[in-house]
Design a protein around this ligand. Structure first.
Ligand SMILES: *Cc1c(COP(=O)(O)O)cnc(C)c1O
Length: 436
């Protein structure tokens, strides 16, 4: 099936959305699913296979958000489905230890040498929240530096809006976050080492950790400038603070060993999520052995989870990570080639139509920013023409291509996307730019 044959009938989705609005704020269980940033009505998904999503009205879409990252091998990948089915027959949860936890941990430790010991949690939010608690426990310091446009889940202290100027303490980026908590977070511009240095000077011996997305995905895709990550590594080490690399999105995405492998980075703590759970809820925080041994019951920092290391989640994670590990060269080469073809193909169509688009891409994650660019930080990203992006998004969806429904979310491709999908996407973009 090609995108041209996609019907735009969405009556069942519309009815399902109405019903959902009775029960859920905005009709959704995570805000971006409501399509508020792009307009239009969100289709309800019935099932998915490989690169394709099928909605409640039977419309088919090429998927470029992959459940926000996890579905790197494509949907309903048979080894993952079988692993989950097999595990489910042995019971969905025990609340006691299983061999699968160390099986997955062993694979993670091989791919992420910085992760000597780890703990499984059930979301990326839990992973970063726990990593920060650990950094504070280890250093006895309170302040955390994050970067404008980086998202690390929805824990209070990480929902902090950009403050202007290095010495400016964060203000809450959400209702319900007390100022007292937001004040412990400093939000600095990304890709600006001097801002971090100035913050360390202004808050001597007070900064527990620097947390960042090593390639930003949550402001759209923004790669680190050459030397930036190494600079942060050196600064944190010199100033007695921990470096937390949040690889919830980039882990197993930009390389098997994530951004740590790609950029040769050795952080103190790493957080993982998304791909590591193969579509089931898994998060990980881990790092140096001495640090991790501060976590309960080995040490004084409390952290726990009823469903942590859940057997179905471990099974899906093992099947996914196992496949990536065993076929790494082939899978990552294929992802790179497909991502390059689709991103450059669409960017060429934009240029041909006279639409200013800046393409940022690292491996199989990218963003077409609707701005002449460059886009190296959040301030530049928000110069994008979000109305034009919204029109493009709706035009693509209409033609059977489902892009992330916000200018400020990275797009992903999976190993199930082939030449046919790539060519259909470029053709859809050609038509979309003509009308959008
Ligand atoms: C998605 C994401 C999170 C949050 O993970 P959840 O599982 O949604 O809680 C944290 N950090 C980064 C970099 C992410 O992309």
């Amino acid at each position: 099936m090609t995108p041209e044959s996609v019907a735009s009938v969405r009556s069942r989705s519309q009815a399902l959305q109405k019903r959902a609005e009775r029960f859920f704020p905005g009709g959704v269980n995570s805000p971006v699913r409501a399509f508020r940033a792009v307009g239009g009505e969100p289709p309800f998904i019935e099932r998915a296979e490989g690169a394709w999503l099928i909605d409640a009205d039977g419309n088919r879409y090429i998927d470029y958000f992959g459940s926000w990252g996890p579905m790197i091998l494509g949907h309903a990948f048979p080894p993952v489905v079988e692993a989950i089915e097999r595990a489910a027959r042995y019971s969905a949860s025990f609340g006691a230890s299983t061999a699968a936890e160390a099986d997955l941990a062993e694979r993670i430790a091989v791919c992420y040498p910085a992760v000597e010991k780890m703990r499984f949690v059930s979301s990326g939010t839990e992973a970063t929240m726990s990593a920060i608690r650990l950094a504070r426990a280890a250093t006895g310091r309170k302040i955390v530096i994050k970067f404008e446009g980086c998202y690390h889940g929805h824990a209070d202290g990480l929902l902090v809006k950009a403050g202007s100027g290095v010495a400016t303490f964060g203000i809450p980026g959400s209702a319900g976050v007390p100022e007292e908590i937001a004040h412990l977070t400093l939000a600095l511009p990304y890709n600006d080492l001097s801002a971090v240095e100035a913050a360390f000077d202004a808050h001597r011996d007070e900064i527990a950790a620097v947390i960042l997305e090593p390639v930003v995905g949550n402001a759209g895709c923004i790669p680190p400038a050459p030397g930036y990550l190494a600079g942060l590594r050196a600064l944190t080490a010199n100033r007695g603070a921990l470096l937390i690399v949040d690889e919830v999105m980039t882990g197993f995405r930009v390389a098997l060993g994530g951004a740590c492998e790609l950029y040769g980075l050795v952080p103190d703590l790493v957080t993982l999520g998304k791909i590591v759970g193969g579509g089931l809820p898994v998060g990980v925080f881990g790092g140096k052995r001495q640090l991790m041994d501060l976590v309960s019951p080995a040490g004084p920092m409390y952290q726990a989870g009823t469903l942590s290391g859940n057997p179905l989640a471990m099974a899906a994670g093992l099947a996914t990570v196992g496949h990536l590990q065993e076929h790494a060269a082939e899978v990552y080469a294929r992802l790179e080639a497909a991502a390059k073809a689709v991103t450059e193909g669409v960017a060429q169509e934009a240029a041909r139509a006279g639409v200013a688009v800046t393409l940022n891409r690292v491996g199989s994650m990218w963003t077409w920013f609707f701005t002449p660019g460059p886009v190296t930080n959040y301030e530049q990203a928000v110069k994008s023409d979000t109305a034009a992006f919204g029109r493009f998004h709706r035009a693509m969806l209409h033609r059977g291509v489902w892009l992330p429904p916000s200018q400020f979310e990275a797009a992903f491709i999976s190993a199930a996307h082939g030449d046919a999908e790539v060519q259909a996407t470029v053709a859809a973009a050609r038509a979309a730019f003509r009308t959008a």
